[in-house]
Design a protein around this ligand. Sequence first.
Ligand code: UDP
Ligand code: MG
Length: 138
Amino acid sequence: MENRTFTMVKPEAVQQGNTGSILKMIEENGFRIVALKKVQLTTARAGLFYEVHKERPFYGELVDYMSSGPIVAVILEKENAVADFRALIGATDPADAEDGTIRKLFAESKSKNAVHGSDSDENAQLESDFHFNIEEQF
Ligand code: UDP
Ligand code: MG
């Protein structure tokens, strides 16, 4: 799955009505939408999704935040998808994100940072499978 990545529009961006603007930027940057759904994660599901971070000090806050309202989960396709998407979203902390990146434009803070982006092909696959079955991918 080297040409795919996984993203979520996070709760504050959905709540602020920025889903459409973010998806538009994503499509305009050459990514094709393979799968898409709006869903609210339970704390248990959010905890499982972010299990790799469970030893980090922000884990509890992250799980509470990511289950606080609906998110929009999306699988994307493009050549070099993982790296190109990380470049499009910018640094974790919007204060460090480059101008023109999604986080620079839409993120509120380092924790409420508008979007998720997979960090490897392997995690893109795991995260896509976490949210979508094969009949939901086109
Ligand atoms: N996060 C946070 N505080 C931190 C670092 C991360 O609240 O000091 C949150 C933030 O929402 C981030 C997520 O945890 O997007 C996952 O962290 P990661 O280091 O994987 O950043 P990302 O890959 O999202 O840029
Ligand atoms: Mg990450």
